[in-house]
Ligand binder design. Structure first.
Ligand code: SAH
Length: 463
């Protein structure tokens, strides 16, 4: 091998050509495929070359080449079709440091230009070291018909997809995927829908290969906290980064969903209190279905998944289906809410226990140990307590609770539209109804906001 084939970086670099006739044009047609800066120097220049110059594809210097013309050129072509003139300009270019090619003069050339099959970024160079140009042209013609025109487009789109393909284990699995793309699914999608069809086909293809690869999926049962994305745990963040599918509750905020991996499928399984928009059994089935197909499912629940989250039903479904899962805790509404009113859930000398209670359960308004709750100093955080407020107030008063016991309602905890409403057990209703609560709200029985000044302000705003 007298010539070693390499691909030279020419983007942004100078290539100078001396000559303005047919030989020059043949070389320029190839050179114009590159991103190099082309300069053509000759006393006689064909009109076609002038048109290319006018179109901004190259620069023309309409005179014979002189010293200094090839400075900083990476490549130089002598294409004057005149041996004496070619020798003269080649000597100049050589002295100025360019690699020199003299058209049709193999012996005096430092490099030769191969026959090229162009499916950019796939480029095939065919060289015969000048021995058999006919053979080179025949091979080129053969490859041109054999390689689909779409090959370049496929390679370019494939390149942007290399990172995504890393979900497949290195080695055979990944190679099989690429082979399937270049020789089967890719050309087919291009033929059916053109370049626009290629990326969607690639996405479907990787899903198919990924599903075939993974033995089983995984489910993270994740607490999303009360709404502020900064109240997410790092584990929750990481789970969202990796999710293929996110199945979330109604109370999970858009700001948090925004953090899910861009490619993740987001499913709203929102359930309203009283009257479900999606039955729990359907949600269970949905989680299992996606995980069984190999997806990493993030089941995203408001607050902490273990607090009034119907977590156990979902766990039972996963265990039945044999799907591995993990529970990632979150900040429950009571924790976030008590922080916003500057209080503690428990306090030495006041309450050594705190109850998290629900206003209603599967049978309607939920019953609790009202007599115990009515004792002085008791604290309860009431979830889902808007509709049941009058019922709870009545039960507590009936069991002897002090009507002056503080009651604080916090709506939209940790969100921009958070409201704090401080009242007493006696006033709990109609205060709550009048407050016209539209967002999720948690009610503290037995706690008043620490900062009374802020409080009266909030109350005035609300009144
Ligand atoms: N798992 C959740 C509770 C789900 S039950 C948690 O740990 O917080 C739904 C109830 O939670 C709502 O009715 C409301 O009482 C309370 N809640 C959830 N998010 C809230 C928020 N941002 N502000 C106030 N209350 C909230």
């Amino acid at each position: 091998m007298q010539h070693f084939p390499i691909f030279m970086a020419v983007a942004g670099r100078r290539i100078v050509l001396s000559g303005g006739g047919d030989a020059a044009m043949a070389k320029l047609r190839l050179l114009m495929k590159t991103e190099a800066h082309l300069t053509v120097i000759a006393a006689q220049i064909a009109p076609e070359i002038h048109r290319w110059a006018a179109a901004g594809k190259l620069r023309v210097i309409p005179r014979a080449m002189d010293h200094g013309d090839a400075i900083c050129a990476a490549l130089f072509y002598a294409a004057n079709e005149d041996a004496a003139e070619d020798a003269r300009v080649a000597a100049i270019a050589h002295a100025e440091g360019a690699l020199v090619n003299i058209v049709d003069n193999l012996a005096d050339s430092q490099f030769i230009t191969p026959a090229i099959v162009d499916r950019d970024p796939v480029t095939i160079a065919i060289g015969t070291e000048g021995a058999a140009p006919v053979l080179a042209r025949a091979i080129k013609a053969d490859l041109e018909t054999r390689l689909p025109q779409s090959l370049g487009v496929l390679a370019r789109i494939g390149k942007t997809f290399r990172r995504a393909a890393e979900v497949l284990p290195m080695g055979r699995k990944r190679r099989d995927f690429w082979a399937d793309f270049y020789f089967n699914a890719g050309p087919k999608a291009f033929d059916d829908k053109g370049a626009a069809g290629v990326l969607p086909a690639l996405e479907t293809l990787i899903d198919t290969h990924a599903t075939a690869t993974r033995t089983a999926g995984h489910v993270d049962l994740v607490g999303a906290g009360p709404g502020d994305p900064e109240l997410l745990t790092l584990k929750a963040r990481r789970a969202l980064d990796k999710a293929d599918v996110v199945i979330h509750d109604r109370l999970v905020t858009p700001e948090i969903l925004e953090l899910a991996r861009r490619e993740a499928v987001i499913i709203d399984a929102g359930k309203e209190g009283f009257g479900a928009s999606m039955a729990q059994a359907d949600i269970d089935a949905l989680i299992v279905e996606h995980a069984a197909r190999g997806a990493h499912v993030v089941r995203l629940k408001a607050g902490d998944p273990t607090v009034f989250g119907r977590l156990d039903e979902e766990i039972a479904a996963l265990e039945t289906a044999g799907i591995p899962y993990a529970i990632i805790p979150g900040i429950t509404a009571a924790s976030a809410a008590v922080a916003t009113i500057g209080q503690s859930l428990t306090k030495r000398g006041r309450n050594s226990a705190v109850r998290l209670i629900t206003g209603h359960d599967t049978r309607g308004y939920a019953d609790h140990d009202w007599r115990a709750l009515a004792q002085p100093g008791e604290v309860a955080a009431i979830y889902m307590g808007k509709k049941s407020a009058r019922f709870i107030q009545g039960r507590l008063l009936m069991h002897g609770a002090d009507p002056a016991t503080p009651v604080t309602i916090i709506e939209n905890v940790s969100r921009a539209d958070q409201r704090i409403i401080a009242t007493t057990l006696a006033e709990m209703e109609p205060t709550m109804t009048q407050a016209n609560l539209t967002g999720p709200a948690i009610t503290f029985y037995g706690l008043a906001p620490r900062d009374a000044a802020t409080q009266s302000l909030k109350l005035r705003e609300f009144a």
